[in-house]
Design a binder for this molecule. Structure first.
Ligand code: SF4
Length: 354
């Protein structure tokens, strides 16, 4: 079968399976490899040591799957129209903000299963098809690949942005030995805009397209396992899992589209729960209520640590101080104790107006 015909079929199957975009590219990632090397040399990856493992596999798809000549990149929207407005949650300091990608069912399996279904269909059409499917699961330069495949451009906030759909979407890839015709790289449409750089609460975007992850709230609340540096705690505000500020402010997100995937709708009111109600969850409840969501990636310790910071930043309230004091008596963890002391002190200095 001619690869052009097969390409059209893949585009059709991907739509049927709920994907919102697909593009094809080669495996030359030299430009992005240089960017990655510089980023790692500057230690902007913090404790994400997995970023420095795997040698050059990340920027050389043929090393990850020998025989790879082309990559198919897929995009899937995750916003759900029933989700409570992000700006309202961020404004109400008594509510907990969870990054919108993490509210529903974990996307890894949802997307990977669909990629395997597409691969199965390809396999039915041609002989000697070889592939590997990835969704955030291996050393893959997914944004660079998607950009080359025409699915968007890497914005100054380091996220992939699509002209028609903004940036609220997941990416997945199929590495393949089929020599598809490639698509053209998307142009960068950031222009003079610097909204994401200006809004970032911890000034983690230190230059266009350069993120110092050590300062990023998504990194601090999800990847980082230790004591959150004091200089970032106030800026974290009520963000208990990730941060969407650089997306919320991005003008291209006026064009963001709703997901077709029901499973991405929010679970357990995590889009607008109060900090106090989430703080009451036992470890067991935390595990049950966040099961099969991306939140499950963090530990109960990180969950409590992040909420304690949120409570410290919440409106001045004697009930909050009482709950924090009570927790101090029950907890036997020096890092959490220190965060509790910080939050109690912060509560006592908060004004009642936000
Ligand atoms: S906010 Fe502006 S500068 Fe930042 S990614 Fe969006 S368009 Fe680019």
């Amino acid at each position: 079968m001619k690869s052009k015909l097969l390409k059209n079929k893949i585009i059709k199957w991907s739509k049927e399976l709920g994907f919102d975009g697909v593009g094809f590219t080669d495996i030359d990632l030299k430009e992005d490899e240089t960017h990655l090397i510089n980023w790692l040399e500057n230690k902007f990856h913090g404790e994400m040591h997995f970023m420095e493992k795997h040698g050059t596999k990340r920027s050389h798809p043929e090393q990850l799957m020998p025989g790879t000549v082309k990559v198919i990149s897929f995009r899937m929207n995750y916003l759900n129209k029933n989700t409570f407005d992000s700006k309202k949650v961020l404004k109400n300091r008594n509510l907990a903000f969870v990054s919108r990608y993490a509210l529903g069912k974990d996307y890894h399996n949802e997307m990977r299963n669909r990629l395997h279904l597409i691969a199965k269909k390809i396999n039915n059409e041609i002989d000697n098809f070889k592939y590997r499917a990835f969704v955030d699961s291996a050393p893959v330069l997914e944004k660079a690949i998607a950009q080359k495949a025409g699915l968007g451009w890497i914005g100054k906030n380091t996220l992939l942005i699509n002209k028609d759909s903004g940036s609220y979407f997941f990416l997945g890839e199929i590495y393949t030995n089929i020599d598809f015709e490639i698509d053209s790289k998307e142009k960068n449409y950031c222009g003079d805009c610097n909204e994401c750089i200006n809004i970032c609460p911890t000034k983690a975007i230190i230059a266009p397209n350069v993120l110092d992850a050590k300062k990023c709230i998504a990194y601090l609340t999800i990847e980082f396992k230790g004591s959150i540096p004091i200089q970032y705690r106030e800026s974290i505000g009520n963000r208990i899992f990730g941060c969407d500020d650089c997306q919320i402010v991005c003008p291209w997100n006026r064009f963001s589209k709703e997901t077709k995937i029901q499973e991405f709708s929010h679970k357990n009111k995590l889009d607008s729960s109060s900090l106090l109600s989430l703080f009451k969850w036992t470890e067991e409840e935390f595990k049950i209520n966040t099961q099969n969501t991306p939140i499950n990636r963090i530990s109960y310790f990180q969950w409590l640590r992040n909420i304690i910071i949120g409570l410290g930043n919440s409106e001045k309230n004697t009930k909050v101080v009482k709950v924090l004091e009570e927790k101090k008596l029950k907890i036997n963890n020096p890092i959490l104790e220190e965060h509790l002391n910080w939050a109690i002190k912060k509560q006592n200095t908060n004004l009642n107006t936000f």
